[in-house]
Design a binder for this molecule. Structure first.
Ligand code: NAD
Length: 296
């Protein structure tokens, strides 16, 4: 029976570490500032943004949400982002996805200063990640949170065989880059991977990260006994319940460690966003944070 990786507890430890660093910043008169741009009335987006704002306040990050109606123009958003880029009290900027169809999300992401791009979606930051030169720039928070979980659980990656299922720019691709940088040999699987090849690669993997958005995609018989399984998927079922991409009952019989849904990767994403915000604030103001404070 697999050991369950408790994302809620790890996220709480990370938030405590973030609070300690915001106190350190406060001692030299700096408040970490996060600006969130929200467009429209999508209920899910509103909940996400509210959760981010609340979590930020709890750890001493000043969060401000700029809420625009769906009718806002791309030019208006670009002007606001330019203002936030220049504003010394803003250390981190994020634009809540999705944006209305008349606004080009890539153009908006590319307008954010790479030094304030807390989500790590700016093309320069994605390039830095793949070049292994991202030390001082942000990386997408969900895959970074997975790396924190693996480190927290003492899962070594050097020389390991890892598989990532899903190749989105939000999760799968940065996950691939981070695992490879940490020393794993990584296969990036996607919808077009032939099923026989998929079976073979997953069966041989020491670590499987699933981020496809498909309930029960990973089944018990798919994995190698003892594999570490990380379920990034979030799927809302007809009865309102949340499930991941992994058949938890069956896979947890064989895996050595597994993340549940809910309570696994999900809570790590916001905690990591706050971690990144504090790092950006420290760099922005030229302040040294405690060495290795993120190693919870
Ligand atoms: P996406 O739809 O952009 O990408 C899905 C990827 O999975 C694609 O690359 C696709 O090719 C691949 N895929 C789909 N079906 C597949 C199959 N049968 N076999 C192999 N590959 C397959 O989604 P995303 O934004 O990367 O999100 C993926 C999942 O992770 C979603 O459920 C999303 O809700 C969840 N998510 C969770 C968090 C979190 O904080 N826990 C954050 C982001 C996304």
């Amino acid at each position: 029976m697999a050991e369950i990786i408790d994302g809620r507890t790890i996220a709480k430890e990370l938030r405590t570490a973030v609070s300690q660093q915001t106190e350190r910043l406060a001692q030299v008169g700096v408040k970490a500032g996060l600006a969130v741009i929200l467009v429209g009335d999508d209920p899910a987006s509103q909940i996400y943004v509210r959760n981010k704002e609340r979590a930020a306040k709890k750890v001493g990050v000043v969060a401000e949400t700029l809420h625009y109606p769906t009718t806002v123009t791309q030019a208006e958003l670009l002007t606001k982002i330019d203002y936030l880029n220049q504003n010394p009290t803003v250390d981190a900027i994020l634009v809540q996805s999705p944006l209305p169809a008349h606004i080009n999300e890539e153009t908006i992401q590319a307008a954010i200063s790479p030094a304030k791009d807390v989500d790590g979606f700016h093309p320069e930051n994605i390039g830095r990640l793949f070049a292994g030169r991202n030390e001082f720039y942000p990386v997408a928070n969900t895959p970074r949170g997975v790396m924190t979980m693996l480190a927290h659980e003492g899962v070594s990656l050097d020389g390991k065989n890892a598989v990532v299922i899903g190749r989105s720019i939000l999760v799968g691709r940065p996950m691939f880059a981070l695992l490879a940088k940490a020393g794993a040999t990584v296969s990036l699987l996607h919808r077009g991977t032939p099923s026989a090849l998929k079976r073979q690669l997953v069966q041989a993997a020491d670590i499987v990260v699933v981020a496809a958005g498909h309930p029960n995609l990973l089944k018990g018989e798919d994995i190698k006994p003892g594999a570490v399984v990380i379920d990034v998927g979030i799927n809302r079922m007809d009865d309102g319940s949340l499930v991941g991409d992994v058949d938890f009952q069956a896979v947890s019989q064989l895996a050595s460690k597994i993340t549940p849904v809910p309570g696994g990767v999900g809570p790590m994403t916001i905690a990591t966003l706050l971690e990144t915000t504090v790092e950006l604030a420290a760099r922005h103001h030229g302040i040294e944070l405690e060495q290795g404070w993120q190693n919870i």
